[in-house]
Design a protein around this ligand. Structure first.
Ligand code: EPU
Length: 434
């Protein structure tokens, strides 16, 4: 689905928009479901391409599933023979989170051959922290140019200190050590809300996992996770999607729009930053926020960091907001220092953004008028940035490579149309693919 999206200037948005379940929660939770042979019923599941790809990989492994509306039911796996090596298909290389299948299958004592994972291509994304941790748990891992071959008998609990609090590596090691013999301690672990969601899910399966203090996770390995009852779990709201809609309201609401089904607590640092920039919003309750059309924005210095600081995934969207602010802004991305491919396309639309270097990030000269242009969705959030810019820009913007955007935003077309975003070539046209 490598098609283009057409979007027209739409600066009179109004109404409500609902946030879906978090992409970065559902992906590890689907992988973790490989640990149980109980029926798993997940709700608030976003309908995303990456979710479908991952379900497909699990189906190759014998897990049946049913995905209807926002409910995903995963049924027990037909018994996998642990003496037969498992070859994960090339499909897995399309999404980075296929790497978490490794932790789950090693936990169950399998020998696995996995193609190297893909995902958003905005930066080099190594997996050394994952592999080092799995080795500490007793796995034998061979690294080949395009694949990994890994095996283990029962993994053994270990004390692991991560050299960086990687989200994916923390999730992989939590999943892997759930069934390990003995206790595992993960220090310098990631603290993102999605980690807590995964832990809550695993505990509902019968795991014994505790966040002892922020950044320190204790896992007491259990023999198995069979409870002989179906497990229900609701995925937390997507905080990056919520942030995207808040910025959308600030730049393009007629008066205000209302964001529903979010979790305000997960976006606190972002909301504090918006206040500093001059965005006007009102927190109605923890799941509902009204954001007003905001003018008189002030140029600001931003640096992304691990949770609870400003997420790297939000910085391309903030860059669009800051093209409208008075004065100069800078954004440094300390998680992915070169995640700025999208600025080329914002500049084509009239923005004035300069890449300095990986330690100084980008400089944005504000108060620029944006104009529709043919642009490229360089990656998921870079694509969302040019989409926001297209909504703000004069005339029409055509976004190529748009499948990238749909990797992270569930039901986006209907949500935007519900706010009066003018998509396609005529008023009654849905998000038009050309
Ligand atoms: N890193 C290593 N070695 C590793 C793992 C990570 O050097 O083995 C480095 C990365 O290169 C990066 C930093 O550690 O510089 C952070 O990477 P992390 O592992 O935390 O990221 P991830 O788990 O691969 C998740 C999200 C990303 C989000 C990052 C950072 C999911 C599915 N993906 O990726 O989400 O940018 O955490 O918060 O959870 C997105 O939603 O647009 C997206 C890319």
């Amino acid at each position: 689905m490598n098609k283009s999206v057409i979007v027209n200037k739409s600066c009179a948005l109004k109404g409500n928009i609902e946030v879906s379940g978090a992409k970065n929660s559902i992906l590890p939770i689907i992988c973790a479901s490989l640990l149980t042979d109980d029926v798993v019923e997940l709700s608030n599941v976003p309908d995303l391409n990456d979710v479908h790809v991952l379900i497909g990989i699990l189906e190759d492994l014998g897990k049946r599933s049913m995905f209807e509306k926002d409910k995903l039911t995963l049924y027990p796996t037909d018994e996998l023979n642990i003496n037969i090596p498992i070859f994960i298909s090339e499909t897995a290389s399309k999404i980075r989170y296929s790497i978490l299948i490794l932790g789950a299958l090693l936990a169950k004592g399998h020998e696995v051959s996995l193609p190297l994972p893909g995902g958003c291509s905005f930066s080099e994304r190594p997996i050394d922290i994952h592999l080092e941790g799995l080795r500490k748990l007793g796995a034998t891992i061979e690294e080949h140019p395009n694949k990994i071959i890994a095996k283990s008998d029962r993994l053994k609990g270990a004390h692991i200190k991560l050299r960086f609090p990687s989200v994916g590596a923390t999730e992989n090691l939590v999943i892997a050590s759930t069934l390990a013999q003995g206790v595992t301690i993960i220090e310098n672990a990631a603290r993102e809300p999605e980690i807590e969601d995964l832990i809550n899910f695993l505990n509902s399966l019968g795991a014994k996992i505790e966040i002892e203090e922020p950044g320190k996770i204790k896992i007491i390995g259990v023999e198995s996770l069979i409870k002989k009852q179906s497990i229900k779990h609701k995925i937390i709201p997507d905080r990056i999607e919520a942030a995207t809609f808040i910025i959308l309201g600030a730049i393009a609401a007629e008066d205000f729009i209302t964001i529903k089904k979010m979790n305000v607590t997960h976006n606190l640092a972002f909301l504090n930053l918006l206040q500093k920039i001059g965005v006007k919003f009102e927190i109605i309750n923890n799941s509902t926020l009204k954001v007003y059309k905001s003018t008189n924005l002030i140029g600001t210095k931003i640096e992304t960091d691990i949770y609870p600081s400003i997420a790297t995934d939000i910085q391309p969207l903030l860059a669009v907001l800051l093209t409208q602010a008075k004065g100069e802004s800078t954004i440094i991305d300390s998680i992915y220092p070169s995640r700025f491919q999208y600025i080329k396309y914002l500049n084509l639309m009239g923005a004035n953004i300069q890449y300095l270097d990986s330690s100084e990030g980008i400089k944005i000269i504000g108060e620029t008028k944006l104009y529709g242009h043919k642009v490229l969705s360089t990656d998921l959030r870079g694509g969302a940035a040019v989409l926001l810019a297209g909504i703000l820009a004069e005339n029409t913007t055509i976004i190529e490579n748009s499948y990238q955007i749909f990797r992270g935003y569930s039901d986006l077309e209907n949500k935007l149309l519900g706010l009066n975003v003018r998509l396609g070539n005529s008023s009654d046209k849905i998000l038009q693919m050309i």
